[in-house]
Ligand binder design. Structure first.
Ligand SMILES: O=C(O)CCC(=O)C(=O)O
Length: 201
């Protein structure tokens, strides 16, 4: 057991990520997906249409477009405040124990989000290359993002991509030419070799 954790810690420190399979049983995943579908249909069937990608009176949901047409949900922020099943997931003992081992201490939950990947990048669901720390940012970098796939993920349905060891590089600029924070890195300008990325499938 100890050796297994040491291998995980060493892998994480070297590569900047760790993949663990089957931590959540299929029954729980099915229950979560059922609730996700209910939450999404309720939101989609609302009579009052939100005219912004994100708005203060409906700040939990982020949409792909400001227009009323073809509006799709890209994200639900902090689902753990909305439904117990997500709260329980945020307190999952197996995940917490791994996070504690990787960070080497106690942990505190910061925020949660549910990303939806639409089947067409033109619809705006592509998540640009970024470093998570640029979004936080905190006074120290003992932070970890836990991602849980709710569907099986293959190359064709938009897996998370990672550039191994990029956590050892500098923090890149996540602003555009007008100096607005856009949450993505200009990989060409920064000569970042995304061809060497790996897909988490
Ligand atoms: O799933 C992805 O492609 C990236 C997700 C991510 O990095 C995020 O939501 O911060």
């Amino acid at each position: 057991m100890f050796l297994k954790f040491m291998n995980d810690i060493n892998f994480f420190k070297k590569n900047g990520y760790l993949l663990k399979k089957n931590l959540i049983d299929q029954e729980t995943i099915n229950k979560i997906n059922k609730i996700v579908n209910e939450v999404v249909s309720k939101e989609k069937n609302k009579k009052k249409v939100v005219n912004k990608t994100q708005s203060y009176n409906n700040y939990h949901f982020v949409y792909n477009s400001d227009s009323k047409k073809n509006k799709e949900i890209l994200r639900l922020n902090n689902p753990q405040n909305r439904h117990k099943i997500f709260y329980d997931l945020s307190r999952n003992k197996k995940i917490i124990s791994i996070a504690k081992k990787l960070l080497g201490g106690s942990v505190r939950f910061h925020l949660g989000k549910l990303n939806f990947k639409l089947p067409n990048k033109k619809k705006g669901s592509e998540i640009g290359w970024h470093q998570d720390w640029a979004f936080y940012p905190h006074s120290n970098d003992d932070l970890i993002t836990v991602g849980i796939y709710l569907d099986d993920c293959y190359e064709k349905n938009g897996p998370l991509k990672i550039i191994k060891k990029s956590h050892t590089k500098k923090i890149y600029n996540h602003h555009n030419n007008e100096n607005f924070f856009v949450g993505k890195i200009d990989t060409k300008k920064n000569k970042i070799g995304i061809k060497n990325s790996i897909s988490i499938t």
